[in-house]
Design a binder for this molecule. Structure first.
Ligand SMILES: Cc1cc2nc3c(=O)[nH]c(=O)nc-3n(C[C@H](O)[C@H](O)[C@H](O)COP(=O)(O)OP(=O)(O)OC[C@H]3O[C@@H](n4cnc5c(N)ncnc54)[C@H](O)[C@@H]3O)c2cc1C
Length: 381
């Protein structure tokens, strides 16, 4: 049996970032069921960083991650982690009031968000049809993220600090033994006083395996695909375009267009695959709102965005099991929040206070706690 101080279960973005911030302080082993980390949600995202996306807690964690992404620690990655993109919501006449309200709310967070006239919208993205793009709200500082470079940077940094990553190590059983947890996997048996549940869509399943109350995690399927860019258009300077009702988005992606119907379909945790209907819906919505003709889908995929009821991540010890730490419910924000979320998880695992940068933005341990009333998990006395 291999003993360590912390076992992290799941080597997606959540587990990798927690390992990166914990490894300088504690001995860490990361267990990953797949033969390579990043196979599930982390490898399937749209890779957009937006400071106005998600609820107040998510936005604060996103903003607190910005400095890391713009100026990562020396040697973290040979590649830039973020590059300018911009994000443009567009809407028709009936979206005016909702867009004005959203502009006011978002400007309070990010003052340089601007209202765009139809002419400004069409000048920037000429394929939009005028009726679908009567108004625009532009977030200039939204960025593309290099998800692979970020994920690899966290894993490399964790290993450099002494952590080990064990792949093909799906957790089969997890039981209390002595003052800690015994975890059995096909790659061996492990023991640690602390377990971090970073199993993405499977976090509730893992908790049940350990006899810990679930937090009500719901995985939601989101589909995406790439297609050719329209002939005769230089799309490199296009922002991500999302319609005001969140019925679709598209953005340039490595010489192609990445398209999604922005669907949120509840499903059980699984290696989720794209549904033809989702793709057809996206094609129909895009062809209605733009002059784009999507003749061929080049690559399609789906991934799981997993939420708890209040759509705030769960970062903290289980109230009903000693040494069992939740790092779950990253929803559609798990990449853009990863640096600050990993640092927050590492601090709370070590019994420290919320890091100063997050506390200054109003994030409290109670707001992300597994014991918060919305999750309905009872503490054991
Ligand atoms: C289409 C799509 C678009 C998205 N766009 C964005 C975006 O633009 N910006 C953004 O910030 N976020 C985005 N997201 C969300 C983001 O991808 C997720 O929030 C994030 O990847 C979650 O990371 P994770 O580590 O929690 O989960 P995962 O990456 O799923 O990692 C969990 C890991 O746990 C492992 N595991 C599970 N059970 C076990 C077990 N029993 N034993 C061992 N290992 C186990 C799994 O194999 C997996 O590797 C998007 C997601 C999707 C699907």
């Amino acid at each position: 049996m291999q003993k360590t101080e912390v076992l992290i279960i799941g080597a997606g973005m959540a587990g990798a970032s927690a390992a990166y911030f914990l490894a300088p302080h504690l001995s860490v082993t990361v267990l990953e069921r797949e033969s390579q980390p990043g196979y599930h949600a982390t490898g399937r995202s749209a890779a957009l960083y937006s400071e106005t996306y998600g609820n107040a807690v998510v936005r604060a964690i996103t903003t607190a991650s910005k400095a890391f992404y713009e100026q990562p620690p020396q040697g973290f990655s040979p590649y830039p982690l973020v590059t300018p993109r911009g994000a443009l919501s567009v809407g028709g006449a009936d979206d005016h009031d909702a867009m004005r309200q959203s502009l006011a709310e978002r400007q309070a967070l990010v003052p340089n968000i601007a209202w765009w006239s139809q002419a400004e919208v069409l000048q920037r993205v000429p394929v939009l049809r005028p009726q679908a793009a009567r108004y625009g709200v532009f977030e200039p500082d939204a960025m593309d993220m290099d998800v692979h470079a970020i994920h690899q940077g966290f894993l490399r940094g964790a290993k450099a600090a002494g952590a080990s990553l064990v792949c093909d190590a799906g957790v089969r059983t997890i039981t209390r033994e002595g003052e800690g947890w015994r975890v059995e996997t096909p790659a061996g048996c492990f023991w640690a006083p602390l377990v971090v549940n970073a199993a993405g869509a499977w976090c509730d399943e893992l908790a049940r395996l350990a006899g810990v109350s679930p937090v009500g995690l719901q995985p939601m399927r989101r589909t995406a695909f790439t297609c050719d860019v329209p002939a005769g258009h230089d799309t490199s300077h296009w922002p991500l375009v999302i319609d005001a009702k969140e019925g679709f988005y598209f953005k340039p992606d490595a010489g192609m267009l990445l398209v999604s119907p922005a669907n949120e379909d509840p499903v059980a945790p699984q290696d989720v695959q794209p549904e033809e209907l989702d793709v057809a819906i996206a094609v129909d919505r895009i062809e209605t709102a733009t002059t784009l003709q999507i003749r061929q889908v080049r690559r399609k995929w789906a991934g799981l965005r997993s939420f708890v009821v209040d759509k705030t991540p769960v970062v903290g010890f289980a109230p009903d099991a000693p040494g069992f730490f939740w790092l779950a419910g990253q929803g559609g924000y798990g990449i853009q929040t990863a640096p600050a979320m990993g640092e927050l998880a590492a601090a709370l695992v070590r019994g420290l206070a919320v890091p100063a940068a997050l506390a200054a933005l109003g994030v409290t341990a109670d707001a992300v706690s597994a014991a918060r009333p919305a999750l309905g998990v009872r503490a054991v006395s």
